[in-house]
Design a protein around this ligand. Sequence first.
Ligand SMILES: [Zn+2]
Length: 293
Amino acid sequence: MLETVDAFRLELPWLFWLGATCLGLAVGSFLNVVIHRVPRMMERAWRSECAELLEQPEHKPADETLNLVHPRSRCPGCGKLITALENIPVLSWLWLRGRCRHCGMRIAFRYPLVELLTAGLTLLTLWHFGPSLYGLAVLVLVWSLIALSFIDLEHQLLPDQITLPVLWLGLLVSLHPQSPLEPTQAIVGAAAGYLSLWTVYHAFRLLTGKEGLGYGDFKLMGLFGAWMGWPVIPLVVLLGSVLGLIAALGVALTGRKVAGVPMPFGPFLAGAGLVALFAGEALIESYLRLSGA
Ligand SMILES: [Zn+2]
């Protein structure tokens, strides 16, 4: 089946890339649902577990089921169902000028941003890795990183429900002949990735008595180790820290820092991981050449 897709890419390139763009936009639209609902689904699960633990009656919310397909999306302002026409990626947002058609409530810029970003990274992934089985696995990785970044930005949380399956997928992918890693390298990479930030976290806590990182960040580094091997870990940590520092400076300079709200590290690690995924080898090689090794 994948050979047919590849032949199609060579025969009718414009149609292939148009299809890929539509796929990216549609997945981006789904990622918006994931970003909005997964933290709320987790909160409900926690509440229900706490109620059970404390042996208290659980206060069930009015809208009983909440998962990634149910219920259909509604405007949080007026509760009107969002129609298919109002749900077309990017175009609907432009057409509605970023507001609900009924009550005029603002629709966050995050929605078209996630859709455009997903489309862009989908094209980049297919161009870089081709429509192979390995390329499709990398697409899952890239899409997950987008969801993780935006959830972490909003909730300072990297859900295990996303990080762990993608970490296991990375280990499994190393069994495939197209994978650039051997299974041994993926396993060592996953452990080294987790331990890298775990060590930093405990050293920082011993020295300052503060907690500067979350366990989600360690798992995200484990994920990168599983997909790209241990040599990429220092690169991702360094690049992620630089990106985070630039963002922190930007926030400080524009005075938009909200006191007491910690800055998430996940989005910067994810951004650094994406750079490593597409340009890691070139970066490490040029570093080695510069340092004369
Ligand atoms: Zn509305």
